[in-house]
Design a binder for this molecule. Structure first.
Ligand SMILES: [Zn+2]
Length: 58
């Protein structure tokens, strides 16, 4: 059934931040779980908004 050369250990992607195996997103080549991925996306979009504000209001 199981061959020794085929271990699943290390095969599964883990969240880069917290190490969770429950990854849902790959950002910049790194895996992230829902919680950490959301944080990164929010942080990223906030930077975009800030740059827009500088562009149009500054
Ligand atoms: Zn995480």
């Amino acid at each position: 059934m199981y061959s020794q050369s085929q271990t699943s250990r290390g095969d599964r992607p883990r969240c880069k931040v917290c190490g969770s195996e429950d990854v849902i997103a790959k950002i910049n080549g790194e895996y992230y779980c829902a919680k950490c991925g959301m944080k990164i996306v929010l942080e990223h979009s906030r930077k975009i908004v800030e740059s827009y504000e500088r562009k149009y209001l500054g």
